[in-house]
Every structure is written in structure tokens, then in C-alpha cells.
Design a protein. Structure first.
Length: 141
């Protein structure tokens, strides 16, 4: 199984950078947006600190449940979140979320590294969809 160096997606969010940062780490906020658009968010448990872990459970329209787990590797308040991503026992890929002030909002740049090549296109679509959900969450106010 070959791995690719990384994939990168960006999304402009009409929200303050501090609030966008919180939306990635606070379970009550995460549950309002963090999934691709077609999936239903079932639960999100986290210990949002370096070395802490998270467990995220989603369900597809056909009833299939997806559980993603990982560990926080780096958290720079209002600027950067780095965490591993995968299934229980194989959270080997790494997601980096960078937040930058841009005009009247925040530019989110998400990089997903060490992802098996055969999973890249699906993850690009999934992350783009999830970031659209984040954008919608902030548009709702």
C-alpha cells in the first residue's frame, strides 16, 4: 500500500479565527458540523490537549457507522491543530489544520499526510464536504 505525501484543501469561513478554532475542539460545536454532508454525526468525545485523544462516530444514509480515532499532536491556540486520523489501531495518517485571518473571516487550510494513495480521492471529497459544513455552521450564526 503506497502512501502519498499529502492532500490539501482550503475553505474560507465567515467567522472569527478564535471561534473557528473552538469549533474544531469543543464537542458541542463539533457535533454541529464535523462530517461530510451526507453523514450524520452520532458522537464526538475528546480530551483536547496534546497527547489527548478523540473518538468520532458518524453514520451514512445506508446505516453504516464510521468511527474515526486519533491523538492530538500539536495545538497552538487559534492557529493550528495537528492530530492523527484513522481507525482504532491504525490512526497513522496526520491532519494539520491551519487558521489564518482573512478579511472578514478565517482561511482554513487542511493538510492530510501519510494517507494511503487509494484513499486520497475519497478523503479530498470528504474533507471538502466537511469544510462546507463548517462554512454553513458559521453562516447559520
Amino acid at each position: 500500500m503506497k502512501t502519498t505525501p499529502q492532500l490539501t484543501v482550503t475553505q474560507f469561513i465567515r467567522g472569527k479565527r478564535s471561534r473557528v478554532f473552538e469549533a474544531w475542539l469543543k464537542p458541542e460545536l463539533v457535533m454541529q458540523w464535523f462530517s461530510p454532508e451526507a453523514l450524520t454525526r452520532l458522537s464526538f468525545r475528546t480530551d483536547a490537549k496534546v497527547g489527548g485523544s478523540y473518538v468520532h462516530v458518524m453514520r451514512s444514509p445506508d446505516g453504516t457507522e464510521y468511527t474515526t480515532v486519533g491523538e492530538y499532536l500539536e495545538i497552538v491556540e487559534h492557529e493550528k491543530i495537528v492530530f492523527t486520523w484513522g481507525k482504532e489501531g491504525s490512526a497513522d495518517s496526520v491532519v494539520t489544520v491551519l487558521l489564518e485571518d482573512e478579511s472578514d473571516g478565517t482561511l482554513v487550510t487542511l493538510t492530510h499526510a501519510k494517507l494511503p494513495e487509494d484513499l486520497v480521492s475519497g478523503h479530498v471529497a470528504g474533507w471538502e464536504s466537511a469544510l462546507r459544513n463548517l462554512e454553513k455552521f458559521f453562516l447559520r450564526g
